[in-house]
Design a protein around this ligand. Structure first.
Ligand code: ATP
Ligand code: MG
Length: 414
């Protein structure tokens, strides 16, 4: 991709009302456009990152045997009334509207109810189970505060997965596999080391739900963590009984600020019982299915990656999610060779952003390269060409080196 052609350009300043680091850097870099508090548009660079994150999640969820679907945003009031989750007193983040034709609808903030209800038309007997489905679905939540950039949107993208099993044994086995898959997602997205499975409230069948919490200064949550044992407890459930149950003392835990990137729930058979999702088991009896519900905040994850990986100059993308692998920058005297290299790299299939802008000064180009945070920067200039070379520099490192032009094409970009 030619940078002269790229929509949009970088900006010196972030919007004045933007407080969070992730949104400031992502807006300055041209990854995002702020529509209003809690609602951001994804521009080409931002969409590339988002698609990379989605690819990682999709691969891991598909590997579990979950099939991808897409449910609707519009939700039926009557359905949510059956589980007592329509009332604003029960769920305080609903966006709701009225139809011209009469009646109320809600905008989906979660999808357990519609998915379980849909399955009633597809599950008759134990032979129809298990069903594992997942989706990338824009969720709408009327959040009171939206000051953390894409870490807390009123409109945000979630990957939600639902498991329906016919026995507790299969249900538990899948739930445990899902924990591993979530850990792989965060590992691959470059935040594995700082992300901890955390005992949290919201358990239905089991006492706890399991959150995945990433340590960041800008986090809105607080957890109590033992690094070595990798035991983490959300502050909501921290008490003597829980400590005893988990076999840890309060003084072995330190308080850290975190952001919740994922949350998984074990509903047992309660939700399907409530919604009437029953099947005929092997003994011929009608029984409710076992439900697990699993959610990753996809756009929040992108924000957390930026909060975790940046410096005063800009973003430092982990290569697995970076919008491009290589940033080729033409500086004065290097234009002709850079142009040729761009062609060669493209034919080789290298994922490269090419700064061919004639209007930008060398200083601006280098500053922009730091801001955009592409893992490998390659500069071609009069100076590098004197050595018959190009300058390569990793975004994670301060030092650069000159390599021969013909070696660049053989260079393995990771
Ligand atoms: P929070 O406590 O941060 O409000 P939650 O516990 O209500 O989140 P869940 O219902 O567990 O959220 O949703 C699953 C995942 O979706 C969360 O772990 C989080 O990563 C993400 N998420 C939730 N709310 C938002 C939001 N407003 N903006 C972006 N991501 C969100
Ligand atoms: Mg949660």
């Amino acid at each position: 991709m030619r940078q002269s052609f790229l929509f949009t350009a970088t900006r010196r300043e972030a919007p004045k009302d933007e407080e969070s680091t992730n949104a400031k850097l992502l807006i300055r870099g041209g990854f995002l456009h702020k529509e209003m508090a809690g609602a951001y548009a994804f521009l080409p660079l931002g969409l590339r990152v988002l698609e990379n994150i989605k690819r990682i999640i999709r691969e891991e969820m598909n590997a579990l045997g979950a099939q991808e679907i897409l449910m609707t945003t519009l939700q039926r009031k009557e359905l949510w009334e059956t589980t007592n989750r329509w009332d604003d007193k029960e769920v305080d983040v609903w966006f709701k509207s009225t139809l011209h034709a009469g009646g109320e609808v809600g905008f989906g903030w979660s999808h357990e109810e519609p998915i379980a209800d849909m399955l009633k038309s597809h599950v008759e007997s134990f032979r129809d189970l298990p069903v594992y489905v997942h989706q990338f679905q824009p969720k709408l939540r009327n959040e009171l505060r939206a000051k953390s950039g894409i870490m807390r949107g009123r409109e945000f993208l979630m990957n939600d997965m639902y498991s329906f099993d016919s026995s507790e044994e299969h249900h538990t086995a899948f739930y445990n596999q899902a924990i591993k898959a979530y850990e792989r997602v965060f590992e691959r997205a470059g935040i594995g080391e700082d992300t901890f499975m955390t005992f949290a409230s919201g358990g239905a069948f089991t006492k706890f739900s399991h959150e995945f919490q990433t340590i960041i200064d800008a986090g809105e949550d607080k957890i109590y963590l033992n690094h070595e044992k990798r035991i983490a407890i959300n502050e909501e459930v921290l008490n003597e009984v829980v400590l005893q149950e988990l076999g840890i003392r309060r003084d072995e835990l330190v308080e850290v600020k975190t952001a919740e990137v994922g949350n998984i729930f074990n509903f047992g058979t309660a939700k399907c019982e409530q919604l009437g999702l029953l099947f005929t088991n092997e003994a011929g009896k009608r029984v409710p299915a076992w439900l697990g519900s699993y959610g990753i905040g996809v756009t929040r994850l992108m924000g957390v990656i930026v909060e975790k990986h940046h410096d005063e100059k800009g973003i430092i993308w982990p290569s697995s999610v970076a919008p491009f692998r290589m940033h080729l920058v033409a500086l004065p005297g290097g234009e002709t060779i850079a142009e040729k290299l761009y062609g060669d790299l493209q034919s080789k299939g290298t994922d490269v952003l090419y700064d061919d802008r004639v209007s930008a000064s060398p200083g601006e180009k280098l500053m922009d390269a730091d801001l955009l945070g592409i893992p490998l920067r390659v500069v071609v200039s009069e100076r590098t060409l004197k050595e018959d070379g190009v300058e390569i520099k990793k975004r994670t490192e301060a030092d650069s080196q000159i390599i021969k032009i013909h070696d660049l094409l053989a260079y393995e970009v990771i």
